[in-house]
Design a protein around this ligand. Structure first.
Ligand code: PMP
Length: 296
């Protein structure tokens, strides 16, 4: 996958510069220790023009992630959002995945940094896990322990856990991994939140041991709006295996149904599930097509 070419511009500390010409400090803590924070947003081409979905929520979370690890955050989020729209324009992107990253300056100590930089890049990217129903497996890797990490923050180094779990799932012939939390409950996927449907109700793990996805909250809001019961509850492996259907949520993956967890294949036709209705509603929401039916 090519994320940029000779002409691609990125936003770097207040300026638009060529991606190929942006230097990188080889003595930065972000590179060595994963001491950085990032976000993932999506811009959609809507009938109202290009619109970044929930831009404020994402930049607020970026700021909170930096504060959680004492990485200086000296930028104004409103200005960053404006610059992100400009970035899309200068790169001729109507719909895109957007990646802001805050990274540290030179410092080889294991102490918090006094210097931070921001870069924002954007590229065209389809749904992260594709369009097909997923085959997922319960990973042998657990999610990071909330007592070891700020798991509510999007900190670069924490993603080694996601890389290990999803690579292992792919090696075993699955599409994505589900990870348990430190108490043995099923927490989420490597970079998506988890929902199951059982007896016409939707369940999802509560905040605490999971990453608080913005899409997860959108799904909860959609459920309430559509009158579906949505219950936040710790989920056991048995809950997952005995569900009627299940799906994942995330900015990159959007809403995507699960066909199979380990050896268990869900019998319910995805099109007949509540998840499928939520998936359609979500697409309408991001495309600002509240009153239209969309074909996924
Ligand atoms: N879990 C993890 C670990 C994530 O990194 C993400 C974001 N990619 C999500 C869940 C979903 O979060 P959001 O809906 O805010 O994109």
């Amino acid at each position: 996958m090519q994320y940029y070419n000779q002409n691609t511009l990125i936003y770097l500390n207040g300026k638009f510069v060529k991606a190929t010409e942006a230097g990188i400090d080889l003595f930065g803590q972000s590179l060595h220790y994963g001491y950085g924070a990032f976000e993932g947003l999506r811009a959609y081409s809507t009938h109202n023009g290009t619109r970044i979905f929930k831009a404020e929520a994402h930049f607020d979370r970026l700021q909170k992630s930096c504060e959680a690890i004492q990485l200086p955050y000296t930028w104004n989020n409103r200005q960053l959002i404006e610059s992100t729209y400009e970035l899309l324009e200068v790169n001729n992107l109507r719909s895109a995945y957007i990646r802001p990253l805050v990274y540290s300056g030179s410092n080889m100590h294991l102490t918090s940094s006094e210097e931070a930089h921001i870069m924002i890049a954007a590229w065209e990217w389809g749904p992260y896990l594709g369009h097909n129903l997923l085959r997922v497996n319960l990973s042998e890797f657990e999610r990071p322990n909330p007592k070891s990490f700020h798991i509510e923050a999007k900190i670069s180094g924490q993603y080694i856990n996601s890389i290990l779990a999803s690579s292992d799932a792919l090696k075993k012939g699955f599409d994505e991994a589900l990870l348990l939390d430190q108490e043995g409950y099923v927490a989420q996927a490597s970079s998506e939140n988890l929902f199951i449907e059982k007896d016409f109700k939707i369940y999802t793990p509560p905040l605490g041991n999971i990453f608080p996805g913005i899409t997860r909250q959108t799904v909860i809001d959609i459920c309430k709006q559509l009158g579906f019961d949505i219950i936040e509850k710790k989920l056991t492996i048995e809950d997952i295996y005995s569900a009627d259907s299940a799906f994942l949520s995330g900015t990159a993956a959007e809403i995507i149904g699960i066909q199979q967890v380990d050896h268990i294949i869900y019998k319910e036709d995805w099109e007949n599930t509540i998840g499928s209705s939520i998936q359609k509603k979500y697409k309408n929401l991001v495309l600002e097509q509240e009153n239209y039916e969309v074909i996924i």
